[in-house]
Design a protein around this ligand. Structure first.
Ligand SMILES: Cc1ncc(COP(=O)(O)O)c(C=O)c1O
Length: 376
């Protein structure tokens, strides 16, 4: 085949990209290591699975797959609008909140812009910034691995177009309080466009954190802060990660422009009906939340017994330290034991690992194997 050197024509800022490394799929590891029994507790999925109503809705629509889906996801947007008592013109949907993060970047970020992001925040924010050749301004976290919202507001300049906040944050599992959030919003300076920076508030784990009294109910602030975009997902609590459905809320003007560049048909028909049906099943949510709370305690008790340091988490995952060992070495040893968790090097946390709350059986196996691998 004739050689074609794509690097000569690729946009310069894309040359240094490395493919995103997601949690290793079970089948890949089976092939690589020849193991029969493998558990994956690596990508913050919900092991109790989706609503039966969602599964039925997706099966029922299978015969209609020769049609394009509704390019606007109207029924789903209406279901979301009804649940949150909002107008449909304030609702966003994406193929995962991940797609929304990228669309927001494509819409707003240019080479002249600074985007303020916390260190150890969800890695996809920096990737969205790099994709558009804008500049990430990285602000260190506070002691205890919290977003330092005061320092983030101080880091905003005339050139700051946006700020990303994950609340709670992945991978640290920590959250910022209503007071911290409000103080932050109030203290944001005006940029060279005469506007406050766009605040992208990523609440992928919102439902898990809501039991905390001081966790912000940000929807209440939607009218007050039209520069805010709230992002949520059906991947976590609703256990539809494989269907790829994210959603969000913002002011009319922001939603209007996002809608103009959003790819049509970005949500396939299974995603649309599965997500809408999930909203009808409160029991699936209640059960999943109770499970995570109970199993989080089980894992934390296990860590305490083994003398493993961890960060208190309000998500469905937990960050723990394996120092003085390197996280990636422990990660590899755990793979050989048939347990897929997540190394944290890309988050600049090389002595740490992240594990997702699994079923009781998975959590027991995880604790047994980590004890063995760490020689505890
Ligand atoms: C903080 C955070 N935001 C966004 C996402 C993306 O989720 P999805 O694209 O599945 O909606 C994740 C996934 O792990 C996440 O942890």
């Amino acid at each position: 085949m004739e050689k074609f050197d794509a690097c000569k024509i690729v946009r310069k800022n894309c040359l240094s990209f490395e493919p995103y490394v997601a949690g290793k799929p079970i089948e890949t590891l089976k092939r690589e290591l020849g193991l029969k029994h493998i558990i994956k507790i690596a990508s913050n999925e919900n092991p109790l699975g989706p609503s039966k109503k969602a599964v039925k809705a997706m099966k029922d629509i299978a015969e209609k797959v020769y049609f394009y889906p509704d390019f606007n996801s109207t029924e789903l947007k209406m279901a979301i609008a009804k649940k949150f008592k909002l107008d449909i013109k304030n609702i966003l949907v994406g193929a995962g909140s991940d797609e929304l993060i990228e669309i927001i970047g494509r819409l707003f970020f240019t080479k002249q812009d600074e985007i303020v992001i916390s260190k150890h925040a969800f890695i996809r924010y920096q990737m969205a910034v790099r994709l558009m050749d804008a500049k990430s301004v990285i602000v260190p976290m506070k002691e205890g691995l919290y977003h330092d919202l005061k320092a983030m507001a101080k880091a905003c300049t005339k050139d700051t177009k946006a700020v990303f906040i994950a609340n709670p944050n992945n991978p640290t599992g920590t959250y910022n309080t209503t007071k911290e959030f409000e103080d932050f919003m109030k203290s944001l300076p005006t940029n060279r466009y005469g506007l406050k920076p766009v605040v992208i508030l990523d609440e992928a784990y919102h439902e898990f954190a809501s039991y905390k009294k001081d966790y912000p109910d940000t929807l209440k602030f939607l009218n007050k802060y039209p520069n805010m975009i709230i992002l949520r997902t059906f991947s976590k609590i609703y256990a539809l990660a494989g269907a790829r459905v994210g959603y969000g809320f913002s002011s009319d003007s922001i939603v209007d422009y996002i809608e103009r560049i959003r790819p049509p048909f970005n949500l396939n028909m299974f995603a649309q009906v599965g997500a809408a049906a999930s909203l009808q099943d409160k029991a699936q949510v209640t059960k999943s939340l109770a499970h995570v709370r109970k199993e989080m305690k089980f894992i934390c008790d296990g860590f305490k017994k083994l003398g493993i340091k961890y960060v208190d988490s309000v998500g469905n995952f937990i960050l723990f330290s394996v120092a003085p060992f390197a996280g990636k070495d422990v990660f590899k040893k755990m793979l050989c034991e048939g347990v897929i968790i997540r190394a944290m090097d890309e988050y600049e946390l090389p002595g740490w690992l992240r594990v997702t709350i699994g079923t009781r059986k998975e959590n027991e196996l995880f604790l047994r194997k980590i004890k063995k691998v760490l020689g505890k």
